[in-house]
Design a protein around this ligand. Structure first.
Ligand SMILES: [Zn+2]
Length: 413
């Protein structure tokens, strides 16, 4: 399994190099176009807004590049550097027995990894977001959010890990199939519980009050034949001035969530067009397709883990001396993203295709012109770049570049 060590190092080196190169390309593109607003946006985006967006994106890219190196170093320390092995040996001294030894090891590992990323999150929120006027969270709320996230991760993660580790140990060679079934059921339960029980821990949701906007919203939903649990306004403004809208829940329990920061900016016809786009994702089965893809990918993942966990060399090749179910799970979760990184352009391409399709749906059921003005406002106020590097955008962006997207809307999408 020396081969695996070499392959891991090679894939990690390649991933870091490609991501660094892409970020540098994006940085150069944003800086090169800083002085001139693209002609298509000249009427709606001021030079000052455009320059601010360029500076904002540049600051985030610079931090992102640094974080990339840091994350790679942490990953190496945890795996080949012996970090996970040492943690495992330390937890073994507590004599917790199975599956709790594994659960505690994995929870501590997750905690260490999250703590390592914390300085970047703090810098991003309180330096970059604050400098550009987006941040509205306070250090106290930031801390509270962190504790709440930790609580949610414990409540959801501990039982899931305990069941997975127990299955790995007790259900024979086909454990991965049962584990996958548990994973799917757990995923569906969480997407059911999220809007009802978890999201309200972080934000307040109020039903959209009666009035002109609500009539517009109900009109577009009935025209698209859409039934929901309701349309809610979320106090996104507690943390950030970035505006957004999303769609949550499964089955008959779907809700539409509009950020208050979105409603501050958009006129009712624009809200309608944005909503029509979101409904498009649903009517065109994008959400179902994404869920199916993620469950399919998980099946491949568990099958692969089933094979790897049995291979004795797997653990040593990645820096863990003692073989165990939890080490297999941890190493797999840590190392797989390095190997699947080359797939990300395909995922991005698929997502952009869905965005174009949802835009076309919005044009057919609402107004392309209103969607275009809404998007321009959102690009401007969220300081999204209007001039991305084409290669960076093709690799990373889940949404089409601003110019291409608006142009497609102009052509009747
Ligand atoms: Zn979309």
């Amino acid at each position: 399994m020396q081969l695996l060590t070499a392959a891991f190092l090679l894939a990690l080196g390649l991933m870091v190099a490609v991501r660094w190169w892409l970020a540098s390309r994006q940085l150069a593109a944003v800086r090169a176009h800083r002085g001139v607003v693209p002609a298509a946006f000249a009427a709606s985006v001021s030079r000052a807004d455009h320059e601010r967006a360029a500076d904002y994106n540049a600051a985030r890219l610079l931090l992102g590049r640094l974080e990339l190196l840091f994350e790679a170093a942490v990953l190496l320390l945890v795996t080949l550097g012996g970090g996970l092995g040492a943690l495992d040996a330390w937890v073994a001294r507590l004599r917790l027995g199975d599956p709790w030894h594994g659960v505690v090891t994995l929870a501590l590992l997750a905690l260490v990894m999250a703590a390592a990323g914390l300085p970047f999150a703090i810098y991003s929120t309180f330096r970059i977001e604050s400098r550009f006027g987006f941040n509205r969270t306070t250090p106290a709320l930031f801390m509270l959010d962190m504790l709440r996230s930790l609580g949610v991760a414990l409540v959801l993660g501990v039982p899931l890990l305990a069941v997975l580790l127990w299955l790995m140990a007790a259900s024979g060679d086909a454990w991965w199939l049962y584990a996958w079934a548990v994973w799917v059921v757990f995923g569906l339960l969480v997407s059911f519980a999220w809007p009802r029980f978890i999201a309200p821990l972080f934000n307040r949701f109020r039903p959209l009050e009666p009035g002109a906007l609500r009539e517009v919203v109900e009109g577009i939903m009935s025209r698209c034949g859409f039934a929901t649990d309701g349309v809610f306004v979320m106090d996104g403004s507690r943390r950030s001035s970035h505006g957004n809208a999303y769609f949550t829940g499964v089955g008959r329990h779907k809700r539409i969530v509009l950020f208050d920061t979105l409603l501050e900016r958009l006129e009712p016809p624009e809200v309608e067009a944005v909503l029509a786009h979101e409904l498009g994702h649903f009517r065109l089965h994008h959400i179902r397709q994404r869920l199916a893809l993620s469950f399919g990918a998980a099946l491949i993942g568990f099958a692969l883990l089933g094979a790897l966990a049995r291979a004795p060399g797997f653990y040593a090749a990645l820096g863990v001396p003692a073989r165990s179910t939890h080490a297999a799970l941890a190493l797999f979760a840590l190392v797989v993203p390095v190997f699947t990184f080359p797939l990300s352009p395909f995922a991005s391409w698929w997502s952009r295709r869905h965005e174009y399709q949802a835009d076309r749906f919005a044009v057919a059921h609402s107004s392309g012109a209103a969607l275009a003005t809404a998007l321009v406002k959102l690009y401007r106020d969220n300081a999204a770049t209007l001039t991305p590097d084409p290669v960076y955008s093709a690799w990373h962006d889940s949404h089409p570049p601003a110019l291409a997207r608006i142009a497609a809307l102009g052509k009747g999408a």
